[in-house]
Write a protein that binds this ligand. Structure first.
Ligand code: MLT
Length: 252
């Protein structure tokens, strides 16, 4: 992403497998805050200063000496409730830092797509801001699971009144079409998404390291209606539940 691409706008950072899904899970389970950092050293430095849980991955695997890896399944309520979590991942937390000149930074995935769409629409209306969907990808490559995440969020935004032809650019319309093609082809949309994820770059990486159990939870549409929102004053993500009740059953 070119430097400054999100400047002044609303950035939605999407890393479906798994950083976004994991951060959303932590805050949905009432972690107090989540701090995304770029390096393992930075994370360890923050842990020295306060009683935080350290989480993240390198090569998909847990980092030595950290409390948690990057599996959403590890971020259960009994583990994270009331705790601050510092997390570093290969691509997801780096993408969050790449958007730092945006006016608002939100974390999006399949699991919170309708709540996220509602909040982004509300925030964009305030100052007529552009919304940028930033797919974290894997090691510089765009990945299918993140494009489907973007399509899921945009399909929810269309259900909530965004005009597909007027308000979305070409790549955004293509992401919506991809998402609809997958979920419309199956009675069980989460299972259909999970099947595609299993063949994507992120999914294959997880299968290679024996973490395929993380794929299905990441495909559970609207299962966690809460939006991580960066507090620019502190650098911590906090959970915004203001739009969780606005879920639309939708046609997508
Ligand atoms: C990342 O941020 O690179 C991913 O979340 C990697 C992973 O799923 O372990």
């Amino acid at each position: 992403m070119p430097q400054g691409a999100c400047a002044g706008g609303i950035a939605i950072v999407i890393d479906v497998l798994r950083a976004s899904t994991t951060i959303i899970t932590a805050l949905a389970h009432d972690a107090a805050r989540v701090r995304p950092v770029r390096t393992v050293g930075e994370a360890r430095g923050l842990a020295v200063k306060s009683n935080v849980l350290l989480g993240g991955e390198r090569g998909g695997k847990p980092i030595e000496g950290f409390d948690l890896g990057n599996s959403p399944l590890e971020y259960a309520r009994e583990v994270v409730e009331g705790r601050d979590v510092v997390i570093t991942t290969t691509n997801g937390t780096a993408a969050l830092h790449a958007c730092r000149d945006a006016a608002e930074i939100l974390v999006g995935a399949i699991v919170n797509r309708s709540a996220l769409a509602a909040l982004a629409i509300r925030l964009a209306a305030v100052d007529d801001r552009d919304v940028h969907l930033v797919c974290a990808g894997t090691d510089g490559s765009v990945t299918e699971e993140d494009l489907l995440g973007a399509g899921a969020i945009l399909a929810a935004a269309i259900d909530q009144g965004i005009d597909e032809q007027r308000d979305l650019d070409g790549p955004a319309r293509a992401a919506v079409a991809d998402f609809r093609a997958v979920v419309h082809s199956d009675e069980d949309p989460a299972a259909a998404l999970a099947c595609v994820f299993a063949t994507s770059i992120g999914g294959r990486n997880l299968i290679d390291i024996g973490m395929e159990d993380d794929i299905l939870p990441a495909a559970a549409i609207d299962s966690l209606p809460m939006v991580p929102r960066l507090d620019p004053a502190t650098g911590w993500l906090v959970g915004d539940r203001s739009t969780g009740g606005l879920l639309h059953s939708g046609r997508s």
